[in-house]
Design a protein around this ligand. Structure first.
Ligand code: ZN
Length: 228
């Protein structure tokens, strides 16, 4: 069957997109895509998009569930991100609306102490980013256009207080650049998703924290954290 048909999603009445996590193929992430975030971690602003990935085992829905995260591996940071889903293989020159069919807001959980230790040794940081439940996804929504998303904000509330807020117009590399670059360097096909980077304001989570994801001031997902 044609891949673009296989990943066509049913539009639910309330305007969300029903997407089965098992249909997701590659989970790509972008590092340092907001200048203020690169600065807050003491990193240089990159000259090209920087990609890494997570295992699909790390995916989990923010559907009100309790998430178990490692409690014995140092600091865990949340990174709140705009996530896009591809409906078909990337083709140069095609309008982005024909390639990206939906978007969500996600959390890229990061074992920050472990990541710093691995980076300092020059080792891959996969285990600091790819553990179980490290890739959280809100409900998906139809992706109508870049313009429709550029003026809206996404945010994370921790225990009822807004702790992080972002907007895709502040990205260093915009969505078109990310798609082109990811396709050239790694390949992009139907069913792939991209976490497009975190704005500044990343911070620590603790046992019992309640996290709520917002898009355009509407709550679109939530989880409760248990460290074990
Ligand atoms: Zn991230």
């Amino acid at each position: 069957m044609d891949a673009s048909k296989r990943f066509k999603h049913t539009l639910k009445r309330e305007g969300t997109v029903k997407l089965n996590l098992a249909s997701i193929r590659n989970v790509y992430c972008v590092g340092r895509n907001y200048a203020l975030h690169a600065a807050e971690l003491g990193n240089q602003k990159p000259s090209n998009p920087m990609f890494f990935s997570k295992p699909t085992h790390s995916l989990v829905k923010a559907d009100g569930r309790t998430l178990s995260l490692p409690g014995d591996r140092g600091l865990i940071h949340y990174e709140t991100e705009f996530v896009i889903h591809l409906a078909r293989p990337y083709v140069e020159g095609l309008p982005i609306e024909q390639i990206v069919d939906s978007f969500a807001i996600g959390i890229d959980f990061t074992l920050r102490d472990e990541q710093e230790q691995l980076k300092s040794k020059g080792y891959p940081w996969l285990v600091a980013k790819g553990f179980r439940n490290a890739a959280v996804l809100s409900t998906f929504f139809p992706f109508d256009s870049i313009d429709a998303c550029r003026d809206k904000e996404f945010s994370l509330h921790k225990n009822g207080v807004q702790v992080q807020v972002g907007c895709i117009r502040d990205m260093i590399f915009d969505l078109r650049t990310l798609l082109r670059s990811c396709s050239q360097q790694l390949g992009l096909d139907a069913g792939d998703i991209i976490y497009t980077g975190t704005p500044s304001g990343v911070g620590e989570i603790a046992d019992g924290d309640q996290l709520h994801l917002f898009w355009d001031q509407k709550n679109i997902g939530d989880v409760r954290i248990t460290l074990s």
